[in-house]
Write a protein that binds this ligand. Sequence first.
Ligand code: PGA
Length: 254
Amino acid sequence: MSDLCAPVFAANWKMCHGPAETGAFMERFVARYPPCDDATVVVFPPAISLPAFAVAAADRPDLQFGVQDVHTEVAGAHTGAISAAMVPATGATWGLAGHSERRREFGDKDADVALKLRRLLEAGLRPVLCVGETIEEREAGQLATVIERQIHGALSSIGAAGRTRLVYAYEPVWAIGTGRTASPEDAAEGHAIVREQLAAAGAGDSARAVILYGGSVKPANIGQLLAAPGVDGVLVGGASLDPDSWAAICAAGR
Ligand code: PGA
């Protein structure tokens, strides 16, 4: 199986589930989610839990995993940071870049996101570029402008070959962790804008780009979101922390 087959179910655990909880989660999840050839499941645990995830998924090569963030530099005096070059040794094959929490809490700018994408690609990882507007930007009618800026800024240092490796996530910031899910129409509109901007940025065949929706996805709304035009999968935070809820979401790909 290729490492990328839509629909893609991606779990962003953020700063939840240390190594012990990761083992316990996986014990329950693998029992509830048998291997499936028609979907991709990828989990982004905290970096400290990557080895525990690798051990727990040793018999399940269908379950992929990745790192939530990497530094813009390859190595050096950057206390507390992780280099993309260190990640492949853990068995992880994916990496997030541009998540709104990184932008808001850690000040990641589009230029930083561009460098992080480059580092992830150099390390042979598959990046997920996250974009999305705040509620203020949306209400000011800036949805398309924000996505244009984020996509063009992030892709500025990526060559044509690298661009074809990227996966994208449209995550309206107002829907993240708020319980306020975008309607299928909102999701379809956001995805269409991402696709338009990928075409404008010359990011390969934009019709084939894999674009995930993120923001308060849960078992109760996964069906309608996956059915929305242009939605190739989901990036899930809160509802991916419980193994039963996560298995229910991934079951939508069967
Ligand atoms: P949420 O988070 O599912 O808790 O809204 C999504 C994300 O931040 O990727």
